[in-house]
Write a protein that binds this ligand. Sequence first.
Ligand SMILES: *[C@@H]1O[C@H](CO)[C@@H](O)[C@H](O)[C@H]1NC(C)=O
Ligand SMILES: *[C@@H]1O[C@H](CO)[C@@H](O)[C@H](O)[C@H]1NC(C)=O
Length: 243
Amino acid sequence: MTASQTMNQRLLMLIIVLCSVYCCDCFKRIKYPKDCHDIRLGGHIKSGVYKIYLNSSYSVKVLCDHQVNKSYTIVQQRMYGNENFQRTYNDYQIGFGSVSGDFWIGLIMMQHLTSQGNTVMDLQLQDWNGNNRAGTYQHFSLGSAQDRYRLQVSGYAGTVPDDFSYSSGRQFATYDYPDTYNCAGNQKAGWWYNYCSYALLNGIYYTGGPYVPTGGYYDGIYWKDWLGYGYSLRFTRMMLSHP
Ligand SMILES: *[C@@H]1O[C@H](CO)[C@@H](O)[C@H](O)[C@H]1NC(C)=O
Ligand SMILES: *[C@@H]1O[C@H](CO)[C@@H](O)[C@H](O)[C@H]1NC(C)=O
């Protein structure tokens, strides 16, 4: 065998190796992953920040929590208190905040996720002593934008009493598109209000737990039947997954 033949063989080998890595990956990769489940199918099994798509031109950065069995798309998180949640309807539609801290993914993407089979909503809550609680709603969906993302939530099991179903059947409201009783204005948050709410995860981030509301309404991040209206939680997470 001549030196040039050996070179050619090596080159061929290199091409085969590169192709097996890249070409095969192209087959697996989903061009426009719609949720963290698609990200997982594409071979990315490390939890972290990825991009998901509503269509070829509308995408958002998202936090994926890949567990052994299942991948969760995180749609809301409170952990540092450095993001303002007293925001307009438009902001709540398109989303805001930073996926490495406090954020809201946006109603447009959240509604799309539920329409694409992400109908299980998991909640994680933590108080200022580090106590954790969790709950799962087996049926979670949002109505259309025309119907103001009306909430349907049921099928609860968890380590705190169910305080979110009270909001089921309600439209999303903000101070500039308020509910009938202006809970959105009084509680200073976007949420599905039912005069007003037993659980409010988009409230004001009060450090330390017990708080005195600035107005006449409880406006912290509360879960009524765990620590009461007057205790604001340290950490919350809302995450969607497939059944
Ligand atoms: C993608 O979705 C967004 C949000 O619903 C919409 O405004 C836009 O027209 C869509 N683009 C395409 C190419 O479908
Ligand atoms: C995986 O799923 C099975 C069946 O749903 C469940 O019993 C098991 O606990 C899960 N394992 C982990 C590590 O979550």
